[in-house]
Design a protein around this ligand. Sequence first.
Ligand SMILES: Nc1ncnc2c1ncn2[C@@H]1O[C@H](COP(=O)(O)OP(=O)(O)OP(=O)(O)O)[C@@H](O)[C@H]1O
Ligand SMILES: O=C(O)c1ccc[n+]([C@@H]2O[C@H](COP(=O)([O-])O)[C@@H](O)[C@H]2O)c1
Length: 186
Amino acid sequence: MQVALLGGSFNPPHVGHLMAATYVHATQDVDEVWLMPSWQHPFGKQMEPFEHRVAMCDALCAETSGWLKTSRIEQEPGLSGRTVDTLTLLVARHPDIRWSIIIGSDILRDLPHWKDFHRIEELSRVMVLNRAGYPAPNTLGPPLAEVSSTLIRDLLARGEAPSDLVPARAIAYAREHGLYGLKRTP
Ligand SMILES: Nc1ncnc2c1ncn2[C@@H]1O[C@H](COP(=O)(O)OP(=O)(O)OP(=O)(O)O)[C@@H](O)[C@H]1O
Ligand SMILES: O=C(O)c1ccc[n+]([C@@H]2O[C@H](COP(=O)([O-])O)[C@@H](O)[C@H]2O)c1
């Protein structure tokens, strides 16, 4: 089996994540895509609690026929969000799976600060998706949606409803739990 990992803060998840996962599943030789929310972020990004972000990722997965899953692997003791360590654990735990790592082209500028990226390339196929606004050589596919979690948090802070940028079930969950300063709904 071939699995592609899409790691991120998912704070909140949005249609860009869904499009990225769908694109990879539809065009690459991949059986499943696993969303892999950060438990703690290596560069110290502040995020809503892990359980809420997992639940919103599950809401994205519900939009698919079962090939998209959420992995809680990053909460394992001993991991710190460094992808090479997470991948090493996954490789040991699932020797039957062949791994790919999905990253958006915005991440390319951060890679010099990643731990042991060469080892990640040894353990997996790295797919760099063409994220709109971040052109780079050797990316995969057409530019994907111009949307970010930062934009969505900004819209929510201004009292706007980003209903065209976040899958409905995910925004409903965020509202139900009063995330991102949203007024809690029963
Ligand atoms: N619109 C998009 N198109 C392509 N890749 C994306 C898109 N949005 C996110 N990604 C990729 O998904 C992964 C996880 O992204 P993340 O959860 O940090 O979302 P983000 O929108 O970049 O968040 P933030 O705005 O909070 O930094 C990264 O590899 C990122 O490049
Ligand atoms: O391995 C590293 O050193 C490393 C450094 C920064 C980020 N990452 C991973 O990159 C993924 C996307 O991160 P981000 O910054 O877009 O939320 C997420 O799974 C992080 O754990 C990994």
